[in-house]
Design a protein around this ligand. Sequence first.
Ligand code: LMR
Ligand code: MN
Length: 427
Amino acid sequence: LDDDWPGEPSESYWRQQLDQAEQDLRQGEWSAALGRVSAPSLQTSARARYVKARALDATAEARRDNRLLSQAIAAYIDLLKMNERLSDKKLIEVTDRTLERIKFRGTYLSAEPVYKLLIRRFPDNPNYRNNLTVSLLMANRADLAETVLKETLKRWPNDHVALAHLGFILKTSYNRLEEAVDAFKKALEDQTGPANEPRFYYHYGDALLLLGRFNEAHEVHKRGAALGHFLSPNQRSLYNVERLKSKPWWNVENTPYTKLARALERSWRQILEEGESLRALYEKEKEGLKERGEWSQLDLFARGSEIPGRCKKAPVTCSIVRQEVAAVGCRRGQIKFSAMEAGTHVRPHVGPTNCRLRMHLGLSNTKDTYIRVDKETRQWQTGKVLLFDDSFEHEVWHNGTGTRLVLIVDVWHPDLTPTERRQLPAI
Ligand code: LMR
Ligand code: MN
């Protein structure tokens, strides 16, 4: 089988230049390699394009330079313009690296043409189609992902990976919950295989919860936990550090956050005043968590940074939380006011991560309001702090009157090391 690069120059001088450029590349002489392959006579040589892409790629990696990385990706794609003349082996080698670099760079939509080449070359392999679906979802293009999926399922109606993605799109883009459940059910019927991912179990169970099919949801959550996708059936966050102490309700006295809690409690009236004065800025909750009622929030900090300008408008609140770096620096949480109208019910749900604890300072109309975390339901009290782990399933009712206001302060889980607090990706 012909596994040579196409477009080899006919003159031996240029072929030797290419040999030399490859040698430069192997020896880490990336700029020398780039210099050699930039000769006009080599522009239609696949080997020259390959050396250029690899040299840019290696330089980008060594310098951690995203601009160079984008150039490397563009160079790989330039090489792939010759795809019809590349052997299967070469095509796979080049596309593997290109896709890997695109994912690292996070420019998922640019993977589309690359997958299309693979699909055209290997039309009988559904994996390339499924991977294209994943990339399109990562690029927030559920519309495009759906088109690909439908074609995949037309030909492979029982493909579990495709069915799992169908369930995901039906639930998260269209709220078509019954159909999503049916797709997930089929996709996850065997407990191994590539469709067996935590997020599919999460959305399968969550769709059942949203439909009020609690027994079935619990079965899915138990299965998910047994497979290691969840920390436990009731603690279903997906971004976790495994070893952290896990319990639904915390006593603030047993954490490093007593000082913060007491400072918040001492100033609760001023915090209430600030929270009320900002009511015009609150945003309605739009994740579909509430079954009925009205619920809106105002972030002061998110992902470890102040929302620009907010602290000017809530100076007392900010001056208190700024005393605790594990709160204002919590890149996996927020600090926010949360206003809930009477008659609201927030469905059972979980937060995204076990890396934070969630402190609530009760501010107003806390009578006849309830929060269940895992198996235990508690009540807010005005001027008092509650502390819980919102990676456990929780649910809220406002059966009282008036707007219930609380200040929510997320803090790093006390078991996280300083390095983890610095290095965990933000959420
Ligand atoms: C939640 O995080 O789900 C709720 O506890 C928030 C709130 O305002 O009660
Ligand atoms: Mn919540």
